[in-house]
Write a protein that binds this ligand. Structure first.
Ligand code: ATR
Length: 277
């Protein structure tokens, strides 16, 4: 039985062990997956990784607050990891070296394209927020050839800096909340701010919404988030999705890196949601 785990602080409520167990059942893979707490005060991240390698783990997911430590630790990094400047997946090699990747962005992109049935190609995309979460999705999203991407953030400067980082033919623009261009509305709107955590709405105009917009909140919970409720209220025809699909999607991509098979995410999202209710 090959061993995998997720590390973080805190970690007790992680859904990753459940998600990977469901993937393993679905694809008939023989593996174990645990949640392991790394106590920042007693144990350094590097020491914990050396210990896990020594105990024969094949791969590790890394969550809050260690994604930057993981970025520093990896011996080789994928381009997704480089562009996200964060790592959430390690593969430990036979020679004890560590490959680092970031599957968060592709997890979101696949959730929207596969489960939301909305390919990004030629779509007008609005992204709210410019922090770590948004940085992580930019490269996989731009690779899907949207028509354009506008990044809006409370701190406009941060959106501008992020927007300028990517070399692409796709028009990427940036602004603060009040200057979002709404001469045309958006096909896909993604909330990547942490405002939903405080039950707060990014203060944007409902003019960004149109008929059949797909509205996505990277946050999730037992109930629809405040942002998704806002969208539905102003544009009942829009499709809303929360970040549970992104969580399951990043896990699916990590599973694929380790096992070479891509599990189906929709039944796993449904199962995890049932247990959250
Ligand atoms: P994460 O890793 O979750 O992205 P982060 O890097 O701290 O965390 O970024 C948080 C994002 O949420 C930022 O875009 C932040 O806006 P600023 O760049 O202006 O700080 C945004 N954010 C946090 N709280 C917010 C709030 N109450 N209203 C609007 N935006 C908020």
């Amino acid at each position: 039985t090959d061993k995998y785990a997720v590390v973080g602080y805190p970690i007790a409520h992680s859904k990753s062990p459940l998600i990977h167990r469901l993937f393993a059942e679905q694809t008939n893979q023989d593996l174990s997956y645990e949640a392991i707490l790394i106590d920042n005060e007693d144990t350094s991240f590097n020491w914990a990784m050396a210990d896990l390698k020594q105990r024969g783990y094949k791969g590790i997911n890394i969550t809050v607050p260690f994604k930057l430590d993981a970025f520093e630790y990896a011996d080789s990094k994928s381009s997704r990891a480089e562009s996200a400047h964060a790592i959430n997946t390690f593969t430990f090699n036979e020679d004890s070296s560590t490959d680092g990747d970031n599957t968060d962005g592709i997890g979101l992109v696949n959730d929207i394209e596969i489960n939301g049935q909305r390919p990004f190609k030629d779509q007008r995309v609005l992204i709210l927020g410019a922090g770590g979460a948004v940085q992580g999705i930019m490269e996989p999203l731009l690779a899907k050839q949207p028509a354009c991407v506008h990044i809006a953030n409370r701190t406009a400067k941060r959106a501008e800096v992020l927007g300028q980082r990517f070399e692409t033919d796709i028009p990427v623009t940036a602004s603060g909340w009040d200057d979002i261009p709404t001469d045309e509305s958006y096909d896909i709107i993604i909330n990547g701010t942490s405002a939903s955590l405080d039950n707060k709405l990014p203060p944007i105009s409902e003019a960004v919404l149109k008929n059949n917009s797909l509205v996505y909140d990277m946050m999730y919970g037992a109930k629809p988030t405040i942002f998704l409720n806002w969208a539905k209220q102003h544009q009942p025809s829009c499709t809303v999705m929360d970040g549970l699909g992104m969580l399951v999607g990043q896990a699916a991509e990590a599973f694929y890196l380790w096992r070479g098979v891509r599990p189906e995410t929709a039944p796993v999202i449904a199962e995890v949601r049932k247990l959250m209710a």
